[in-house]
Write a protein of this length. Structure first.
Length: 134
């Protein structure tokens, strides 16, 4: 993780070698290269919660799409906030990562429908995390 960003080595390393979430998130935080941030997110497992959280807040829409699609658990309020934030943006397709997500896609689709119908429901800030098993 100490190779120069422009060398291409980091991208290959993250693409083909699995590492801990703390390593991924540490590099992600310092990374200015959008392609490398995408490589890092593409290498994430659902358990890489810190890196995926960073990716969900990334300035790059493709990075956000990747992170939304790989996240296993999000608080209901965070899902609703993401839908509200992304639905009116230029990159509406970003939210598809969340809607297609195998773990939280069902609740995301329900919340999107409620938001589209003007009935968005807010939970208290300490609302439980949701996944398909909830």
């Amino acid at each position: 993780a100490k190779w120069p960003e422009d060398s291409g080595v980091q991208g290959l390393a993250f693409k083909y070698v699995q590492t801990e979430d703390s390593v991924k998130s540490g590099v992600f935080r310092r990374c200015t290269n959008v392609d490398l941030r995408r490589f890092i997110l593409e290498s994430c497992l659902p358990e890489d919660e810190e890196t995926l959280k960073l990716g969900r807040g990334d300035s790059d829409p493709t990075a956000r799409y990747i992170a939304f699609g790989r996240t296993r658990s999000m608080k209901r309020q965070e899902i609703e906030d993401a839908i509200l934030r992304e639905k009116d943006g230029e990159e509406k397709w970003v939210i598809d990562g969340l809607l297609e997500n195998p773990w939280i896609g069902t609740i995301a689709r329900e919340l999107q429908k409620a938001v589209d119908d003007g009935q968005g429901q807010s939970l208290p800030a300490d609302g439980a995390s949701l996944n398909e098993a909830d």
